[in-house]
Design a protein around this ligand. Structure first.
Ligand code: NAG
Ligand code: NAG
Ligand code: NAG
Ligand code: NAG
Ligand code: NAG
Ligand code: NAG
Ligand code: NAG
Ligand code: NAG
Ligand code: NAG
Length: 396
């Protein structure tokens, strides 16, 4: 299942990278990679031992002292086999990564494409540890060597950025999508601790609200997956201490259990039918050996009534799980739409474009900006599928 899940995650990412329409291609902002050379002084390495990296595009004008950090996403590895495979790819080694990245959507430097953050310092943190920047362990058996050093990578990047201006930030936003959106939950309060006490610090998770849900065979397959990941990569000691004092500390890798303890203002952006969760948590390949969900996964309009009801049940569980946050978080924001999507802040056409997805007539960019700058309360929940005709469905 893990290899399958990973393969599918990678194909999804390829799809995401290739899908965007080309109308923005002329203005694509290309930003070079910076290797964190000093990372070795704290033992911060990618899975294969290569140095970690980020891409920094400097802020300007009124945004020169504001910082947006974005964790890159890209699945996880939860056993030695899948981590060894990953270590030989761009998901586990900076050696194989593109040395130049496109900055679009929330990372764009163009005011008309990214009105609230375009002139901030914008940083993409490359993902190469396989555990949402939270592991701290090493595997060594004489023939194979793997570094599980996500937490140290996080620290090394922050320590490198502090003297570059992050340490004097006025405003800051920690964001990320998918495994990077999960990293945002795990590191939000730690981020705040590095910044000036009088800075305005907030966090945004995009498609990172992975649920502790049962799959269609009633198995807690995602719980098994995260438990093995947390154990292999030694992540438990880096999870929120107040959460891990509960009887099931390893489950604090799930955002729903960590969220009540996060003190920094938080925005949750997620689709209630997030494609990754649909394909890997609700209907993992192992739970559908006969492929009854094959057509439904490719196109929601091909789902039968039972399948649609199952998807509606998943949405209902997500909304129930978020209810305490929705009701009681005075400084929180949310945008839970009903599109078959995964990662909506990084792509220009879902973040902010004339035809981008909306809830209550608000784009994602507007909802996040309204929340960050306190312009308006921003807690948007979409009606259930298929009501929303503003979606850019990845499938179908
Ligand atoms: C910013 O984006 C707008 C809308 O796509 C485009 O017309 C304009 O040329 C872009 N500006 C720059 C400097 O790329
Ligand atoms: C490199 O790391 C060492 C040990 O953490 C630290 O003392 C030193 O200041 C760092 N140097 C730079 C240039 O960041
Ligand atoms: C080390 O682990 C790898 C992956 O599990 C395995 O293929 C290899 O045989 C192991 N080597 C030794 C010496 O046990
Ligand atoms: C933040 O994380 C680093 C490790 O990455 C740790 O050394 C530090 O104590 C943490 N800070 C807080 C306030 O938890
Ligand atoms: C925070 O305080 C420092 C030191 O007094 C000051 O230089 C900085 O401008 C302040 N930042 C904000 C956002 O007020
Ligand atoms: C439940 O899922 C886990 C992880 O995928 C798997 O190892 C286990 O065999 C599954 N159990 C059943 C009863 O399907
Ligand atoms: C745990 O909760 C206590 C009491 O609310 C708080 O003072 C402390 O900072 C929390 N610790 C963490 C790691 O969130
Ligand atoms: C909101 O907080 C109040 C006071 O702590 C609590 O009684 C209530 O149950 C909470 N509401 C939800 C939906 O969690
Ligand atoms: C939706 O917002 C757009 C601008 O973003 C505005 O032109 C339009 O009138 C709004 N539609 C409704 C129904 O409010």
């Amino acid at each position: 299942m893990n290899a399958n899940a990973m393969g599918a995650a990678i194909s999804l990412l390829i799809l995401l990278t290739c899908a965007p329409r080309s109308i923005y291609s002329q203005e694509r902002r290309l930003v070079k990679m910076t290797l964190v050379r000093n990372a070795s002084s704290i033992g911060a390495y990618c899975l294969d031992g290569s140095l970690p990296a980020y891409h920094l595009d400097r802020g300007f004008g009124a945004g020169a002292r504001n910082w947006l950090l974005q964790f890159e996403g890209g699945g996880w590895c939860n056993d030695v086999k899948s981590c060894l495979e990953r270590a030989a790819t761009r998901r586990g080694s900076t050696r194989y990564m593109s040395k130049v990245e496109v900055f679009s959507g929330i990372l764009s430097n163009n005011a008309s494409l990214n009105p609230d953050f375009y002139n901030w310092n914008r940083v993409k943190l490359r993902y190469c540890d396989g555990a949402s920047f939270a592991g701290d362990a090493k595997f060594q058996n004489g023939t194979s060597l793997l570094y599980f050093r996500g937490q140290r990578i996080w620290q090394a990047i922050i320590l490198d950025l502090l003297p570059k201006g992050l340490g004097q930030a006025k405003k800051a936003l920690l964001s990320g999508c998918s495994a990077g959106g999960l990293a945002t939950f795990l590191h939000c309060d730690n981020f705040t601790s590095y910044l000036p006490k009088n800075a305005s610090v907030k966090c945004l998770s995009d498609a990172g609200f992975f649920l502790d849900a049962r799959d269609i065979s009633l198995n807690h397959s995602m719980r098994y997956f995260y438990n093995s990941l947390v154990t292999l990569q030694g992540a438990e000691k880096n999870l929120n201490k107040n959460c891990t004092s509960s009887p099931f500390p390893e489950q604090c890798f799930f955002p729903q259990y960590a969220l009540p303890y996060i003190k920094t203002p938080f925005f949750i952006l997620n689709s209630a039918y997030d494609v990754y969760q649909f394909h890997h948590i609700l209907v993992p390949p192992a739970a559908d050996p006969h492929g009854h969900w094959y057509h439904c996964k490719l196109n929601p309009s091909a789902c039968n009534v039972v399948q649609i009801n199952t998807l509606q049940g998943f949405r209902k569980y997500m909304l129930e799980t978020l209810r305490p946050f929705f009701v009681n978080s005075t400084r929180g924001g949310m945008f839970i739409n009903s599109c078959f999507a995964h990662c909506q802040s990084e792509l220009q056409d879902t973040w902010f474009a004339p035809d981008s997805p909306r809830v209550n007539n608000k784009t994602i960019s507007e909802a996040v900006g309204d929340w960050y700058f306190g312009r308006k309360v921003s807690k948007e929940i979409d009606c259930a599928y298929p009501c929303d005709n503003t979606c850019h469905n990845l499938i179908g």
